[in-house]
Design a protein around this ligand. Structure first.
Ligand SMILES: [Fe+2]
Ligand SMILES: [Fe+2]
Length: 296
C-alpha cells in the first residue's frame, strides 16, 4: 500500500495510481491519495509528458475500512429524513455511495487497458475520481458536524456489484455506472437538498449542491465515451445501451427522471424511458418532482 503522507511515494503509471487508491482501505486516506494521484496525472498532462498507462491490474474488489458493517439491502434500516437521526442516516448512505464512486472511477481507469482510448478519456475519469473524493470528504464533514461519522451505521453491501457485473466490458461499464447509476443520482439529489434545506442544515445543502452540479459531468463523460465506442464499432448507441442494460443491470429504471439534467448530460429520453418500470409517463414534468432515495 502507498503511504499517502510520503510525497514521492506515488507510482509512475496511471494504472499504478489507480491500484494504489483501490487498495487503500480507510476512506479519508483513500480520498487523500486519490487527490494526490489526480494532481500527479494533471501535472504530467500539463507538462506534455502524460504518465504511461502501465499494466497494474486492479483488485476485483477495492479495499474498504472495517466499518461500516455491510448488510443485504433488505436489512439496511429504512431512512426517515424527518428526524435528525434520519438525516444522519441519509448522509451516511450518501457518504457510502461517494466512497464507492471514488473506487468505481479509479477502477475504470485501470480495468480496460486493452481498449485503446484517447487521453481525454483518462482526463475525464481522473477528474471524476478527484471530485468523488471531494464529495466523500464533504459528506463526512457534515456527518461529523452532526456528531456522527462514516462507519457509525450499517450500510448497503451491494454497491460493487455493478463493477463486478461489467468487469470485462467497457461499454457495459459506461452504460451501467455513469449512465444508469450516476444518472439516478441526478434524479434523487434535488429531493435530498430540499430535505436538508427544510431542516436548516446548510452545510449539507452546500455539499449536496456541489455534488449535484458535478455529477452532471460524470454522467456526461459516460454518455460521451459510450457514444464514442459505439461510433468506433458503427453500432447504434440507443440499441446498444438497451441491450447492455437489459443484460447487466438488475431491475427496471425508476421514474420520475430528472429529464433536464439528464439532457444536460447528453442522455436523451429514448435511452432511459424504454427501460422504465412503467410507473411514469414520458409526458410528466421535465424537472420531475422530488423523489425519495429509498431505492437509490
Ligand atoms: Fe459523487
Ligand atoms: Fe459521480
Amino acid at each position: 500500500m502507498t503511504d499517502p503522507a510520503a510525497p514521492d511515494a506515488l507510482p509512475d503509471t496511471l494504472t499504478g495510481l489507480a491500484v494504489a487508491v483501490l487498495t487503500t482501505a480507510d476512506g479519508r486516506a483513500k480520498t487523500a491519495l486519490s487527490h494526490r494521484a489526480a494532481a500527479k496525472w494533471r501535472a504530467s498532462r500539463a507538462a506534455g509528458t502524460p504518465l504511461p498507462l502501465g499494466q497494474e491490474a486492479p483488485p476485483l474488489r477495492p479495499a474498504r475500512p472495517e466499518k461500516p458493517d455491510l448488510l443485504a439491502p433488505r436489512d439496511v434500516p429504512r431512512r426517515r429524513p424527518g428526524s435528525e437521526a434520519g438525516r444522519i442516516a441519509l448522509l451516511h448512505a450518501v457518504a457510502h455511495i461517494e466512497l464507492n464512486a471514488v473506487d468505481l472511477h479509479w477502477d475504470i481507469l485501470a480495468r480496460f487497458p486493452d481498449v485503446p482510448m484517447p487521453l481525454g478519456f483518462y482526463d475525464d475519469w481522473v477528474k471524476a475520481a478527484d471530485e468523488e473524493s471531494k464529495h466523500f470528504n464533504l459528506v463526512c464533514d457534515c456527518l461529523e458536524a452532526l456528531g456522527s461519522h462514516y462507519g457509525a451505521l450499517p450500510t448497503h453491501a451491494g454497491m460493487w456489484r455493478a463493477a463486478e457485473d461489467t468487469v470485462d466490458d467497457l461499454p457495459a461499464r459506461l452504460a451501467v455506472v455513469p449512465m444508469v447509476l450516476e444518472a439516478r443520482g441526478l434524479d434523487v439529489t434535488p429531493g435530498m437538498i430540499a430535505t436538508f434545506r427544510k431542516a436548516g442544515v446548510t452545510q449539507a445543502v452546500d455539499a449536496l449542491e456541489t455534488i449535484y452540479a458535478e455529477e452532471v459531468g460524470h454522467v456526461a463523460y459516460g454518455s460521451k465515451w459510450f457514444n464514442f465506442l459505439c461510433g468506433r464499432h458503427d453500432t447504434d448507441p440507443k440499441d446498444a445501451f438497451h441491450a447492455l442494460i437489459r443484460k447487466h443491470f438488475h431491475g427496471a429504471l425508476k421514474p420520475p427522471f430528472n429529464e433536464e439534467k439528464r439532457a444536460d448530460a447528453g442522455l436523451p429520453p429514448d435511452f432511459y424511458w424504454p427501460l422504465a418500470d412503467g410507473t411514469g409517463t414520458r409526458e410528466e414534468s421535465p424537472t420531475g418532482k422530488p423523489v425519495s432515495v429509498e431505492n437509490s
